[in-house]
Design a protein around this ligand. Sequence first.
Ligand SMILES: Nc1ncnc2c1ncn2[C@@H]1O[C@H](COP(=O)(O)OP(=O)(O)O)[C@@H](O)[C@H]1O
Ligand SMILES: O=C(O)C1=C[C@@H](OP(=O)(O)O)[C@@H](O)[C@H](O)C1
Ligand SMILES: [Mg+2]
Length: 166
Amino acid sequence: MSLVLVGAPGSGKSTVGPALAERLELPFVDVDQLIEAGTGRAIAEIFATDGEKAFRDLEREATLAVLAEPGERVVSLGGGAVLDPQVRDALAAHEVVWLKVSAGRAADRVGLNVARPLLLGNVRGRLIKLLGERTPLYAAAAGLTVDTDDLAAAEVADLIIAERSG
Ligand SMILES: Nc1ncnc2c1ncn2[C@@H]1O[C@H](COP(=O)(O)OP(=O)(O)O)[C@@H](O)[C@H]1O
Ligand SMILES: O=C(O)C1=C[C@@H](OP(=O)(O)O)[C@@H](O)[C@H](O)C1
Ligand SMILES: [Mg+2]
């Protein structure tokens, strides 16, 4: 069983994951990084050239493969991975932590970073829409929720460790 971080873009999955893995002395996997390493292409390039559907297919395959591996690790998913019903089923076998973030705070964090093609244009507006669609999915998947709005990434990691040992 792995410790799996879910949440919107800008919630801190890719930042908190390595900190958590280091503290727990577990291996760390970021599925977006795995896709980029496996294809030799940036996520933004996959979106731009092949479209979102092609990215979601790669994401499903990579996410299901990581979640099927035995052993314990810390896994950071992409923000949209929970849209896939097979991924949601696979998450049921893991310890899932939802890094909750408001649209305003997530927008502050991701800024105008072009690495997130889904948010291009009106970043805050897109985050509001995306959170509306995904909040029920994150909530249903998670056994633990951490509101990250007013916490530094290291504090989020500390809180997760405190909650699971307490
Ligand atoms: N709790 C936090 N407080 C402030 N900034 C954060 C926090 N978590 C992440 N960040 C910053 O926000 C940006 C997005 O974080 P990232 O870990 O890539 O999020 P995600 O993987 O969930 O999209 C990065 O610049 C990161 O340094
Ligand atoms: O929310 C999404 O649909 C996406 C989130 C991104 O990951 P982060 O959540 O780590 O930013 C990345 O997988 C891709 O740009 C799509
Ligand atoms: Mg990430």
